[in-house]
Design a protein around this ligand. Structure first.
Ligand code: FEO
Ligand code: CA
Ligand code: CA
Ligand code: CA
Length: 733
C-alpha cells in the first residue's frame, strides 16, 4: 500500500517499507560456499504426479472449486494461455485483451443496503453510513458460492458472497469533503476520524450473475451484506486468548477486542470462512513520549521490534480526535493503574489473521492467534486433503522480514464444510507455527516456533519468552532467535493445485536494508546483504539500488507433504524491465510479459497462475498490471549469478507462451485482490488507490468513471472490477 497523508501527518508517516528487524541473522552469502550441484539431484528427483492433489477439496485461492469427478488418477489437460497480450500503457482505464470486457461491481462509498443515498462524489456521506457502505482501499478478496438455502456451495458460480478487504483510507481528499482537517497534529473534526474507522475493514456482499452469463452485479439489500470495521467487536482465540498481553480496558480478561485494521491480503478455509489479515496496523496506533519508563525492558524491546517506540505519533492521528473511547483506544500507552484500566496493550490486539463467517452475519469475527502476529499480508492454504493436516503459508510484509507456515493439529474432515467458526476453532486454534530458512544450496527448513523449543524459553537472552502466547504475539522475535531468512518484503502466496508447490511474491527491497554485497561495512540494525533467495543488487536507473523490481520464490515440501519441515526452492520469476541487463532480467522477460514489483498472486483451480503488481519503479512506462502464467516446477531452470554477484537458482525462462500480460490498471493504482468463480467465467480484481498522487485541486485520475467517460471530472475511487469474456466463455486459458 501507499498512503496519501495530510501534510501535518506526513511528518511522522509510517512507511510499510520501513524495516524494524535488528537481528543479526546469518546472511546467505556466508553460506554461498555451498555447492549448487544439489540442485541437479533435486531436479532429477521431481516426481510429483501432476494432478496428485486434484482429488482434494481443492478450493483454490481464486475461488475455483473442484469438479466432483476429479480423481487422483486423472491426467489434467495441458494449460495454454488463450488471449492476446495487453500492451503496457498509462491510460486512465482498465485495459483487457480483445474479446474481454469490464464492469464495476462496487466502489468506495457505494451503499450495501437500501436507505442510504448513493455516493455523491463530494465526501458528504455521514460517518455512521460507512457501517453500511463499501469501504476504502479494496484489497484481498474471495468468492464463496451461495446455495439457495443460504449455505456454502463450493462449486456455485452464478450466486455467491464476495468478501473484500478495505485496507486503508486512500487519499483523504476522496473520502472527506475537502481532505483531512488537522491542526498541530490534532484531528479537530472527530466525525472525519469516525468515518475513517468505519471505512476500514471488510465488506461482504451477495453477488449474482444474470442469465446472459456476463452481467454480474451486487445484490443491494441482501441479508448477507455486511461491514466489519475497525470498531467491530470480535473474539480473541488461540494461545493468546486470555493472556496478560491482550488485557485492555475493553476486555480485562483479554478475550475480546474491537476492530480489524489495515486488512491487506486474505486467505480462506475449506469449510467456507474468510480470513482477513492485518498488515500495516502501525498506521493507526500511537505511543506517548516517556512511556518506556512505565514499561518493563522486555516490553520496550517488543514494542521496538514491532516499530512502536515511545513518542511515536500515528500517521492517522485517530487518538487525537477526543477523549471518547472510540478515539482514545488508539494510544498504546500506560495511563491507568493496570492494563485493565487503559489501552497499553491495544497494539498487541492487531497484526493477526481474523476469521469471518460470511454465511452468518451475526457471528463475531475471531482473531486466530495461533497463526502469529506480524505485518500479515495474507494466509494461503494448501489444498485440503482428507486425513491430512491443513496448512496456511504467510508472509510478513516489511523489508527483511520472514515467511511463515501454520500446520493444524487436527486433520481435515470434509464433514466440517459449512461448520463456520466452530470448524475454525478446531483447525486454527491448535497447531504448529514455523518460520522459513532458505539455504544457498536450494534446500530450506521450517523452524518450529513453539515455546520451550529452539531456544524459545524464558531464559533466552534476546527475549525471554514467557509462554506460547508470548511466542505468537512476538513471532518476529521468535524468528530472529531461530535464524529465519530475511526476505525482500513477502507479499502474497499461492499453492499450485497441480503439484502442491507453494509460491510467494517478494515485492522489492532497497539499499538501506539489503546493502551492497561488494561493501565490507558492518551491517547495522536489520540490514542484510543479498543472499541466494534474495540475490539481486542493482540500480534501477533512478538511484533505487538493491532489488527494485522484486521476484517470486517457490518451494516444494519434502515428500510433497504439507507438514514437512524441509523443502526445495528456486526463484520462479524475476521482475524486470524487458530491456534490462541479462543479470537483472534473469527470467528473459520481453514486451509481452515484463513487469515490476509482484504483489498479488493466485492459482485458479486449473493451475493458471495470476500475478498482480504494486509498483513504483516501472510506472513511468506503464500502470500496474496483472499477468497470467503457466508455471513449471521447482528445478526446471538452473544456477545463475545475479546482478551484484550473488549466486542463486532460477526457474525456466519466461516465454510468451508461459507468461503474458492480461490487464493494465488505471493511473497510479495497484492491482490487488483476485477471485474467480468456479466455472472460470467471472473474474474479480480490485483497483486500489487510483490517482493516489493527486489531490482535489489537481486530480491525476477519475477512475472508475473514466472507464466509460474519458472526460470525467469525478473523484477517483478504489473499486472491484468484474472481468468477463464477451462471449461468456472461460477466462485466460
Ligand atoms: Fe498491503 Fe503488503 O500490501
Ligand atoms: Ca500500493
Ligand atoms: Ca499487497
Ligand atoms: Ca505492495
Amino acid at each position: 500500500m501507499n498512503q496519501n497523508l495530510s501534510p501535518a501527518a506526513e511528518a511522522n508517516t509510517y512507511d510499510d517499507d520501513a524495516i524494524v528487524n535488528p537481528s543479526a541473522n546469518a546472511h546467505m552469502n556466508q553460506l554461498l560456499a555451498a555447492r549448487l550441484s544439489r540442485r541437479q539431484a533435486l531436479r532429477g528427483g521431481v516426481s510429483v504426479t501432476a494432478g496428485v492433489l486434484l482429488g482434494s477439496t481443492a478450493l483454490t485461492a481464486c475461488g475455483g472449486g473442484n469438479d466432483d469427478d476429479d480423481t487422483a488418477t486423472e491426467t489434467p489437460q495441458a494449460l495454454r494461455l488463450g488471449f492476446d497480450a495487453v500492451a503496457k500503457n498509462l491510460d486512465d482505464r482498465v485495459t483487457v485483451p480483445a474479446g474481454y470486457q469490464v464492469s464495476i461491481l462496487h466502489a468506495l462509498g457505494d451503499p450495501l443496503h437500501w436507505g442510504d443515498a448513493s455516493w455523491k462524489d463530494d465526501g458528504s456521506e455521514s460517518a455512521q453510513s460507512y457501517e453500511r457502505r463499501v469501504g476504502d482501499g479494496h484489497d484481498g478478496m474471495h468468492w464463496f458460492g451461495l446455495s439457495e438455502a443460504g449455505t456454502f456451495e463450493v462449486n456455485r458460480s452464478d450466486r455467491g458472497l464476495l468478501c473484500v478487504n478495505h485496507e486503508y483510507v486512500v487519499g483523504p481528499y476522496v473520502l472527506h469533503a475537502s481532505g483531512r482537517t488537522v491542526a498541530d497534529n490534532v484531528r479537530t473534526v472527530p466525525a472525519e476520524v469516525e468515518k475513517e474507522i468505519y471505512a476500514h475493514g471488510v465488506s461482504v456482499c451477495e453477488v449474482r450473475r444474470g442469465a446472459s452469463g456476463t452481467a454480474v452485479s451486487m445484490v443491494r439489500g441482501s441479508r448477507f451484506n455486511r461491514r466489519v470495521t475497525s470498531a467491530t467487536e470480535m473474539d480473541i482465540a488461540g494461545p493468546a486468548r486470555g493472556s496478560a498481553l491482550m488485557v485492555t480496558k475493553f476486555s480485562p480478561t483479554g478475550v475480546r477486542t474491537r476492530g480489524t485494521n489495515n486488512n491487506c491480503a486474505n486467505g480462506y478455509t475449506p469449510w467456507g470462512t474468510y480470513l482477513t489479515c492485518e498488515e500495516n496496523f502501525l498506521n493507526v496506533i500511537a505511543r506517548a513520549a516517556g512511556d518506556d519508563a512505565a514499561r518493563t525492558l522486555k516490553e520496550v524491546d517488543a514494542l521496538k521490534r514491532y516499530g512502536l517506540p515511545e513518542g511515536r505519533r500515528s500517521p492517522y492521528l485517530w487518538n487525537t480526535a477526543g477523549s471518547d473511547d472510540l478515539f482514545a483506544r488508539w494510544t498504546s500507552s500506560v495511563v491507568g493503574a493496570s492494563a485493565a484500566e487503559d489501552y497499553r496493550n491495544v497494539f498487541n490486539t492487531f497484526g493477526w489473521v481474523v476469521e469471518i463467517d460470511p454465511f452468518n452475519p451475526d457471528a463475531a469475527p475471531v482473531k486466530r492467534t495461533a497463526l502469529g502476529r506480524f505485518n500479515h499480508e495474507g494466509a494461503w492454504p494448501a489444498p485440503a486433503v482428507a486425513g491430512q493436516p491443513l496448512v496456511w503459508y504467510m508472509g510478513d510484509d516489511a523489508r527483511n522480514e520472514y515467511i511463515y507456515k501454520f500446520v493444524s493439529r487436527a486433520v481435515w474432515d470434509p464433514a466440517d464444510v459449512g461448520r463456520g467458526l466452530a470448524a475454525g476453532a478446531k483447525y486454527l486454534d491448535e497447531g504448529t507455527l514455523y518460520v522459513a530458512k532458505f539455504n544457498a544450496d536450494g534446500s530450506g527448513q521450517w523452524i518450529e516456533l513453539t515455546h520451550g523449543k529452539n531456544g524459545l524459553t524464558a531464559t533466552n537472552t534476546t527475549y525471554a519468552f514467557a509462554d506460547q502466547a508470548d511466542v505468537v504475539t512476538h513471532a518476529r522475535l521468535a524468528g530472529d532467535v531461530v535464524g529465519a531468512t530475511k526476505m525482500d518484503r513477502p507479499e502474497w502466496g499461492a499453492v499450485n493445485p497441480r503439484n502442491g508447490e507453494a509460491y510467494m511474491t517478494l515485492t522489492n527491497n532497497n539499499s538501506s536494508n539489503r546493502v551492497d554485497p561488494a561493501s565490507t561495512a558492518a551491517l547495522t540494525g536489520r540490514q542484510a546483504r543479498p543472499d541466494a533467495a534474495n540475490p539481486r543488487f542493482y540500480d534501477d536507473g533512478e538511484g533505487n539500488k538493491s532489488n527494485p523490481n522484486g521476484h517470486i520464490i517457490r518451494w516444494r515440501e519434502a515428500g510433497n507433504s504439507v507438514a514437512a519441515t524441509t523443502f526445495a526452492w528456486d526463484i520462479y520469476l524475476f521482475g524486470a524491465e524487458g530491456d534490462a541487463a541479462a543479470d537483472v532480467n534473469l527470467s528473459g522477460l520481453t514486451a509481452v510479459n515484463d513487469f515490476s514489483s509482484p504483489d498479488g498472486l493466485c492459482f485458479d483451480a486449473r493451475g493458471l497462475l495470476w500475478i498482480q503488481t504494486d509498483d513504483g519503479a516501472y510506472t513511468d512506462v506503464t500502470n500496474c498490471m496483472m499477468l497470467a502464467a503457466v508455471p513449471g516446477q521447482v528445478g526446471d531452470g538452473g544456477a545463475v549469478t545475479a546482478a551484484g554477484g550473488t549466486a542463486t537458482i532460477k526457474g525456466a525462462n519466461a516465454t510468451a507462451e508461459t507468461v503474458r500480460r492480461f490487464l493494465v490498471g488505471p493511473r497510479e493504482c495497484e492491482i490487488t485482490g483476485i477471485a474467480m468463480t468456479p466455472d472460470h467465467k467471472t473474474l474479480f480484481i480490485n483497483v486500489q488507490h487510483p490517482g493516489e498522487d493527486g489531490s482535489l485541486a489537481a486530480p491525476t485520475s477519475h477512475w472508475p468513471d473514466s472507464q466509460v467517460n474519458p472526460a470525467s471530472t469525478k473523484r477517483p475511487r478504489s473499486a472491484t472490477v468484474v472481468v468477463t469474456r464477451t462471449d461468456g466463455g472461460t477466462i485466460g486459458a
